[in-house]
Write a protein that binds this ligand. Structure first.
Ligand code: FES
Length: 231
């Protein structure tokens, strides 16, 4: 830090002296008004400080400079944080599913047009889903199978809803490599996957072939006797 005296000027010894002066009194007597410009380089900027007369205000000026620098640091950080949030938020927000995707997260389907012994395939979240209206014979066969005979043991009750055992709802992808099995075919009165020869029974359970698991039952519930919500 260096200081430079610019010019001699008036000096007063007490506040009462200066209070008595008028604009026509001319220069102050009894001392010098010294204006010092202290050009101190702090960080990236420079600060001009002034010192009047006998009073050395340099310490006060440095303190003021430090406070200003702290303020600039804090303000710069705050502005930077706000700017970063403004940039990042749209990127995060676009990861959320849009309205059309949310609308397809669950679907409602009226099963009343499906006659006993018939099936339909509907789409849910981009996946084909079998909705099968089983016959009493198919239900009886499914309930009669001992769990010990099953590769992926599940009871018929675990794969249907109480009071709606005639309805079998499953994702229509073979659990081997994802082919769509053919309904009401195969050796177990259920589904047959022609890709590699997997047989599923009338409850959609794997009974023979390379598929490791039963056909997947999606989350669903009956909102009424005929309206089902999947997802
Ligand atoms: S995909 Fe169905 S048996 Fe391989």
């Amino acid at each position: 830090m260096r200081s430079r005296k610019l010019s001699p000027a008036a000096h007063w010894t007490s506040p009462s002296d200066s209070a008595k002066r008028t604009p026509t009194d001319g220069p102050l007597e009894g001392g010098w008004l010294t204006i010092l410009l202290m050009w101190s380089k702090v960080g990236a900027g420079s600060v001009i400080c002034a010192s009047y007369g006998e009073t050395d205000l340099s310490t006060q000026a440095e303190h003021s400079t430090t406070n200003r620098r702290d303020f600039l640091f804090v303000a710069t950080g705050a502005v930077g944080a706000v700017g970063a949030a403004a940039v990042v938020w749209p990127l995060i927000n676009q990861l959320n599913p849009d309205a059309s995707t949310l609308a397809l997260a669950s679907i409602q389907y009226d099963v009343s047009p499906i006659a006993e012994g018939q099936s339909v395939t509907i789409m849910w979240r981009g996946l084909p889903v079998f909705v099968r209206h089983r016959t009493p014979k198919e239900i009886e066969e499914a309930k009669a199978v001992p769990l010990s005979e099953l590769k992926d043991p599940e009871t018929d009750e675990q794969r249907t809803k109480p009071g709606h055992e005639e309805w079998l709802i499953m994702i229509a992808n073979c659990t081997h490599l994802g082919c769509i099995p053919v309904g009401q075919s195969g050796d177990f009165d259920g589904w047959f996957c022609p890709c590699h020869g997997s047989h599923y029974d009338s409850a959609g359970r794997i009974r023979r072939g390379p598929a490791p698991k039963n056909l997947v039952v999606p989350p669903y519930e009956f909102l009424s006797d005929t309206l089902v919500q999947i997802g």
